[in-house]
Ligand binder design. Structure first.
Ligand SMILES: [Zn+2]
Length: 147
């Protein structure tokens, strides 16, 4: 065992050209932009991720990011913990430089990421989680735990 954790960096254009994939797991509690939204606790909230390289429908280099796990949130009605299942897959176009990033952003509805250097899967997962998690989560129907 060495280092702070598994290396989640990869070359996105290479991945796309080879149509290969990388996968791993990241603890949502370790993602700074997500941690504040989580229910307090020390239990890890592992999110399994897979990044698959390929091409978009238009033939542009792209990666698809799949995340799966359960995120402990706080119900905004009863303030109790609410386990929020996450399971989604997002296609992201790759840009070689800032100019291409702007152009693709204007041309397409989807997400575009600047991949002029190695991408960190943990950062991608963080972005996807921030976009996915509800702003005001609530238990479905009645809140449990009323005594
Ligand atoms: Zn509730």
């Amino acid at each position: 065992m060495s280092g702070p954790g598994p290396d989640s960096r990869f070359d996105a254009f290479k991945l796309a050209a080879r149509a290969s994939s990388v996968s791993g797991s990241v603890d949502a509690r370790r993602l700074p932009n997500v941690a504040d939204s989580l229910a307090p606790g020390d239990d890890p909230a592992p999110i399994a991720w897979t990044v698959e390289g390929g091409a978009s429908a238009e033939g542009r280099p792209a990666i698809s990011i799949a995340i799966e796990g359960v995120v402990p949130l706080v119900c905004q009605r009863c303030l109790a913990r609410l386990d929020w299942p996450v399971s989604q897959r997002t296609e992201v176009l790759l840009a070689h430089d800032e100019g291409e990033l702007e152009r693709l952003d204007a041309e397409t509805e989807g997400e575009v990421v600047l991949a002029d250097q190695q991408l960190d899967a943990a950062t991608l997962v963080e972005v996807e989680l921030v976009l996915t998690l509800p702003f005001a989560p609530r238990h479905e129907g009645e809140c449990p735990g009323r005594q």
